[in-house]
Design a protein around this ligand. Structure first.
Ligand code: GDP
Ligand code: IMO
Ligand code: MG
Length: 448
């Protein structure tokens, strides 16, 4: 007898941990996959066989033809980006149209939000956050200011009035930033009515839908975007995104009560990367950093920007495991370390002669921390495509054991290549619970 799985898959670092690949891999154990925060700032890459997909708004589970997909209330949605993504999938034979549900409570990204994001970043100059300039932050600001537009408003008689209230606030902010080409109320209304027509078939009360599905015993996978350290509350503020990318966000961002979420799978890279500005204690600006970037193909899926790279940071990972209540880790990109002579792992930070094991909240202090490293001998053997831990070289096993101990969470999956089939699943009661006892279904679709 197995219980219904209601599992959150989230990134434990600064994003791009390989969430897309892991979600796609474990999808066969679930009936529904739901995004709960963020928007098209996300870039999730999925590869299997000779196919390659980059997803921004749609959950990575969309590639499984029987999966129902939900864009939850906690998201910010830019309709043209959604339509483009749907069209590009239809073009390659993946039809999401009768199994995609967009929450009528989700917020809309309007052209004013994109203009504000661009103008704010330009005004910050050298202090810019390095956002994806997709309007994400300003859309969440409008939500909090109660002057946002929700997807359900497209079909409402009150749309014009709400847009007018929005424009009063956003227009004033834009003109203060020197932006004079602001869309008029008529233009915005026409655009929204147009978007509404195309969005209408997808709109649903996804809160009811998800809760009913769980009551019926259907498995739900909550797909996180970004990473824990980009969380608006728990991340390296202000160098963060504007939503809650940590586990709690899955409940507020879908309307599924926290008591109905049964497990958390934390996706974490075997080293650390970050896109955009902000402190990064383990950053490498030397040949090793360049090696990780090149070998790991660390260039943004959304913006193409080179990702900053560094050694695995266990201080950050421990904090992430703590605030997310991670049950098990999905460790990705182990193969990227294959050719290195030596591999380092940061176990603590040194600040003014003192060793810190807890991740500091003070950003200035964080900026002055130095990493305390443990050094491991490399394994200098290819791990690509390994299917069991027995296939891994002894030095890789030593590194992984140390990483587990330092983070304080067990590893349940090890990814050794971008493809679905390049993954080790380590059977355990915890992993079995996370996938509702359907490990066999995953193994069957993993391929080998
Ligand atoms: P996400 O945003 O967390 O879904 O991650 P991205 O898709 O933005 O970035 C992860 C990148 O690493 C993608 O290009 C994946 O195809 C790739 N990837 C995922 N897992 C592995 C792995 O184990 N090894 C290698 N070499 N690449 C991987
Ligand atoms: P996935 O889901 C990596 C970063 C941006 C910037 C900060 C704020 O692919 O892991 P925003 O546009 O959200 O206001 O930018 O957050 N960022 C990401 N970095 N992966 C992502 O998503 C990201 N989404 C946003 O680079 O530093
Ligand atoms: Mg990404």
């Amino acid at each position: 007898m197995t219980a219904t799985a209601s599992t959150v898959v989230l990134g434990m670092q600064w994003g791009d941990e390989g969430k897309g690949k892991i979600v796609d891999l474990i999808c066969p154990a679930f009936e529904i996959v739901a995004r709960f925060q963020g928007g098209h700032n996300a870039g999730h890459t999925v590869k299997f066989g000779d196919q390659h997909f980059a997803l921004h708004l749609l959950p990575s589970g969309i590639l499984h033809s029987t999966m129902q997909c939900v864009l939850g209330n906690g998201m910010v949605i830019y309709p043209p980006a959604l339509f483009e993504e749907i069209d590009s999938l239809v073009d390659v034979g993946v039809d999401p149209r009768d199994r995609l549900f967009v929450c009528d409570r989700a917020q809309v990204i309007l052209p004013t939000h994109v203009l504000l994001d661009q103008a704010r970043e330009a005004a910050r100059g050298a202090d810019r956050i390095g956002t994806t300039v997709r309007g994400i932050g300003p859309a969440y600001e409008s939500k909090a200011a109660r002057s946002g537009i929700r997807c359900g408003d497209f079909l409402s008689n009150g749309l014009r009035q709400r847009l007018e209230a929005h424009l009063t606030m956003a227009g004033a902010q834009l003109s203060a930033l020197g932006v004079d080409k602001v869309p008029s109320l008529d233009e915005l209304e026409a655009l929204c009515r147009d978007w509404g027509k195309r969005l209408a078939p997808y709109l649903a009360d996804t809160t009811v839908r998800l809760n009913r599905a769980l009551q019926k015993g259907h498995g739900v996978l909550f797909e996180g975007a970004q990473g824990a350290l980009l969380d608006i509350d728990h991340g390296t503020y202000p160098f963060v995104t504007s939503s809650n990318s940590t586990a709690g966000g899955a409940a507020t961002g879908t309307g599924v009560p926290p008591t109905h979420i049964t497990g958390i799978l934390g996706v974490i890279k075997a080293y650390t990367t970050r896109v955009g500005a902000g402190p990064f204690v383990c950053e490498l600006e030397d040949d090793d950093g360049e090696h990780l970037r090149r070998r790991g193909n660390e260039f943004g899926t959304t913006t193409g920007r080179p990702r900053r790279c560094g050694w695995f940071d266990a201080v950050l990972a421990r904090y992430s495991a703590l605030i997310n209540g991670v049950d098990t880790l999905a460790l990705t990109k182990l193969d990227v370390l294959d050719e290195l002579d030596e591999i380092k792992l940061c176990t603590a930070y040194r600040y003014r002669g003192e060793e810190l094991r807890d991740f500091p909240s003070d950003l200035e202090l964080l900026g002055q921390c130095e990493p305390v490293y443990r050094t491991f001998a490399g394994w200098k053997t290819s791990t690509v495509g390994s299917l069991t831990t027995d296939d891994l070289p002894e030095n890789a096993k030593i590194y992984l054991r140390a990483l587990e101990e330092e983070v304080g969470a067990p590893i349940g999956l090890i990814s050794t290549g971008p493809r679905r089939e390049e993954t080790i699943l380590i059977a355990s009661p915890v992993l079995d619970r996370l996938v509702g006892g359907r490990l066999e279904d995953i193994l069957a679709q993993r391929g080998s």
